[in-house]
Write a protein that binds this ligand. Structure first.
Ligand code: FAD
Length: 245
């Protein structure tokens, strides 16, 4: 591999893999086992802009984040963490992808306003799963038993911001052995695509995960492995026959 060894092109990297986090609420297992359904998960760049967003389910675990939306977003976290000087990446969770933040604020404000003396936790019940609701209230220094009428405008704003953009700093992934799919590997530029033979080493054929191609789960990787495996096998067989003649 020479000079290129260890670069992104060759080094295998986990994709479709759960993410790890040192956030206190993860380390304390506050939300462990809590699933969020149909949320929009975004991986943010250092300027806070989304690199990718996936709208699916996710789950908080004892080590970080997992579930379909996280697995799908994970390759972008892996690649962002490979940039020099980056040891944390922000993942943002939007619990109301169909509502703009201002509209959600008005909606929640109306819920709170019409309830008057009722405790905040009862008024907002059903908005998001109860554990998540209580966690976000606490995070925003809102006493769950506070009468709704006493909830300040600023606290309500920051609570609604968390409903739309709850940011979790992630610092890595589970090891490659736990990944569903492997990224990195032998560059397709170094392979004759019709035979899957190496352009560099005669008689060497590649297929499947060893290639620097990967897709989301859902059949793309299995299909790629089967197709490249068939091509590589057939052509390696032909070459071996030619050599015997
Ligand atoms: C839990 C899980 C879920 C997945 N879900 C999906 C999905 O939904 N959709 C999708 O497209 N992909 C999915 N994948 C990925 C997909 O399974 C792989 O991309 C595909 O199987 C790769 O095929 P492969 O032949 O390259 O490698 P593998 O399937 O890993 O096969 C390699 C084989 O080589 C053997 N081997 C390793 N070293 C040696 C050695 N030294 N000598 C002899 N044999 C050796 C291994 O035992 C293994 O049998 C999933 C993977 C996992 C782990």
């Amino acid at each position: 591999m020479g000079k290129k060894s260890g670069t992104y092109r060759y080094r295998p990297l986990p994709t479709e893999v759960p993410l790890t986090s040192n956030e206190p609420f993860i380390q304390n297992k506050t939300l462990q086992g809590l699933s969020l359904r149909n949320v929009a998960v975004s991986v943010l760049n250092p300027k806070g802009k989304p690199i990718i967003t996936h709208r699916m389910d996710m789950i908080f675990t004892h080590f970080g984040l997992s579930g379909p939306a996280i697995l799908r977003s994970s390759q972008f976290v892996v690649k962002a963490l490979q940039k020099s000087g980056v040891n944390k990446v922000v993942v943002s969770i939007d619990s109301f992808p169909d509502k703009k933040e201002e509209a959600l604020f008005e909606h929640v404000k109306e819920m709170v306003r019409s309830a008057n003396k009722k405790a905040v936790k009862n008024v907002l019940k059903g908005l998001v799963p109860e554990r998540y609701l209580l966690f976000l209230l606490q995070k925003n220094n809102i006493d769950e038993d506070l009468p709704s009428a006493n909830l300040s405008h600023d606290k309500l704003r920051s609570f609604v911001k968390d409903l739309k953009r709850f940011e979790v700093r992630v610092n890595g992934t589970l090891p490659i052995e736990k990944a569903f799919v492997t990224g990195g590997g032998v560059s397709v530029k170094e392979i004759h695509p019709k035979e899957m033979s190496s352009k560099i080493v005669k008689g060497l054929y590649f297929c499947g995960e060893i290639l620097d191609i990967h897709g989301y789960t859902g059949g793309f990787n299995i299909t790629a492995a089967l197709v490249t495996g068939r091509l590589a096998g057939l052509n390696a067989g032909k070459e071996s026959k030619r050599n015997e003649e």
